[in-house]
Design a protein around this ligand. Sequence first.
Ligand code: FAD
Ligand code: SIN
Length: 580
Amino acid sequence: MKKSNIIATIIFILLSIACIIAITTCSKAPTIQDGTWSGDGEGFKGKLSVEITTKDGKIVDAELTSIQDSDFAKEYAQQIVNQVVEKGTIKGVDAISSATYTTKGVLDAFKNAIDKASGKNDTPKVSYSDTETDIVVIGAGGAGLSAALEANADGMDVIILEKMPIAGGNTNYATGGLNASETSVQKKLGIEDSNEQYIQDTMIGGKNINDPVLVETMVENSSDTVDWLLEMGVDLTDVGKMAGSTNSRTHRPAGGAAVGSHLVQVLENQVKNRGIDIRYNNEVTGLIDQDGKVAGVIVETPEGNYKINSKAVIIATGGFGANPEIIVSYKPELEGFGTTNHSGATGDALEWIKVFDGDVVDMEQIQTHPTVIPEKNIMITEAVRGNGAIMINRDGKRFGSEMATRDVMSDAILKQKGKTAFLVFDQGVRDSLKAIEGYAKQGLLTVGKDLKELAEKLKIDAGEFEKSVKKYNDAVEKGLDEEFGRKASEMPRKIEIGPFYAVEVGPAVHHTMGGIKINADTEVLNKDGNVIPGLYAAGEVTGGVHGANRLGGNAVADITVFGKIAGDKASEYVEIVEAE
Ligand code: FAD
Ligand code: SIN
């Protein structure tokens, strides 16, 4: 063959291969047909829907056709819709952390509509059938993810069941941080603290009705747990102070960013990277009883029910702060209060343990958080006060130590005119805490170039307001708050650098200190004080750690420490059962 013919043949072959690749690739890419399509997703308060119009493979118009979430969340949902229409695609549009459930639900609804436009009439649904495993973990919040990771590290087969479409529960919303003492991070920052002091603060905060053994267990494991989280990639390098803590021990990401969504993201990634079976939209409805031992769970999914037989079960379903019926049954005075909690915090597990005569403790101990924006139910972290903010009433006056514990501060606010107050701070405080940027982005802050302008916007007496701020600044300078006894270490800076900021706040249900009774090994106890074989519980679903009032930062310590212990202890139990 002539040289020119050989070259022509090679070119022909290469072109043919390129064509085949192009055709195959093209035929693989789903073609979005022109038209109008609807899609559904799951929002914070139930189903939401979008309608999209597609042309030439792009989304040219979209509308939210139904949504039950709050007006606040709807604004974020609309932002997602606008971004998608602007880009013509959902690629590069992410859920917004301030309204994660809603915005993720909107994106799911878009995906569902695009699937229909691409000829897939339904998104693929996973249907599960009866199965078995070593350990079932119920709930993919901080406690459940910690337990699952630890049990997996101990060599166990684990299935995590989460009733919501996403992981994280209340942990997603944790902002201020995680308390821990004698940590490597504190040491690096030159912060002196001791386990003894942490135990004492927690007992005093809880009015000494806490279970001291559980408190000691939490505190003594807190430092190791911080190291365990750091090793997995959780950033806990900023340490601040929250109410009731003698020393700075509230650990959070650099710059004072919110702790919870970051923690969940890292732990959930670890779960996925390790191949742990995590099932969303899988709601547990009961425990399997085998001669008094817990031997698995009954699960409900949109595609049907099934059961999992397991050697041990870890309950990590969180508290009941979003279940007004249970709340009011234990504390009638909380009738009509808002809640900071996610909608899945409904206390489901309290029913399941009744079959095993499981015990509960401190059920009437329900905490309100003092700085929650009325109606919107958005909590403004206590860390804002920890970093120097003050509280002002409608007379322009302070009315207590802003670093008093939550029960005291909540009661004090309810005694003010209008039953709300203004959280006031300056640019110095804002610069000290990244979490505030989130509030600013959400448009939650009233801003004044000076105190007078801020007072006018708040419709309070400017003269009294300026006097109150001056008196507070004098107290900071002297290191002595003669009026309300806020400690020198709790007044880190004056309020003096403009612009100045305020947020109207009042109390809302925040934390349920009571719950399932456990021992220090996280074994669930029955009413006779005996262990229920095969059943473990960790996190806000349990009671006893926080007594009558939880200190800010102590829940994230509780859920990670006891979540990890539950993973270990359930694994030990499985090994014993297997050896029998
Ligand atoms: P969750 O994180 O609530 O997880 C429980 C999971 O179980 C949820 O995902 C839920 O959907 C799932 N579940 C429930 N029932 C079922 C069922 N039947 N089947 C399957 N799954 C189920 N504490 C701090 O220490 N520091 C803070 O900065 C802080 N900030 C907070 C801010 C806000 C707004 C809120 C609401 C709380 C805050 N807390 C903070 C408290 C802390 O976040 C919670 O106590 C903690 O995250 C609870 O963790 P958990 O794993 O026990 O429960
Ligand atoms: C907050 O950041 O104020 C909440 C902290 C907590 O609930 O522990």
